[in-house]
Write a protein that binds this ligand. Structure first.
Ligand code: HEC
Length: 134
């Protein structure tokens, strides 16, 4: 993780001119982290089979709203929307955030790692969420 953090710092120091490529670096790092931490249970494309619900367009999607997935009652009844803050809390301690969920516990506390995974999840969320605030 130290390597990723230094990389992020370097890019920040490079200034606004590097803004686009920094975003690309974050998305790519996020994809690699997602592949390690989440991919074995989550497809990103709803066309692909996956044990957990597909995470395409997860940003600002209502929790438990993917029609073809058999969610836990806890998740389905939670009434939350997947804002960046909710996704961070979920990554940090999903079972504490939502007791009764059937997702096995993940504990990603590092904010930089959360940032990268969020950047990737945002990149696979294409719908217009402009009316919803976090
Ligand atoms: C061991 C398998 C597994 C791993 C690893 C895993 N998940 Fe999950 N995930 C699930 C399952 C199963 C559910 C459905 C939970 C429920 O119904 O309570 C779920 C649900 C979710 C949801 C809610 C989706 C919705 O439609 O409301 C999000 C968001 C999510 N996971 C993100 C992640 C992220 C990000 C990671 C990696 C940091 C991750 N998950 C790792 C199995 C997993």
């Amino acid at each position: 993780m130290r390597l990723l953090t230094s990389l992020a710092t370097l890019c920040l120091l490079a200034g606004p001119a590097a803004a686009d490529s920094f975003e690309t670096i974050k998305i790519n790092a996020g994809q690699a982290l997602f592949d390690n931490e989440c991919r074995r249970c989550h497809a990103v494309d709803a066309q692909d089979a996956s044990y957990g619900p597909p995470l395409e367009n997860i940003l600002y999607r209502a929790a438990g709203s993917y029609a073809d997935y058999d969610y836990s009652i806890a998740l389905e009844a939670s009434g939350i929307v997947w804002t960046p803050a909710a996704l961070r809390a979920w990554m940090a301690d999903n079972a504490g955030f939502m007791p009764g969920t059937k997702m096995r516990h993940v504990g990603i506390q590092d904010r930089t790692v959360q940032d990268f995974i969020l950047a990737y999840l945002t990149s696979i969320s294409q719908q217009d969420n402009s009316q919803i605030s976090d």
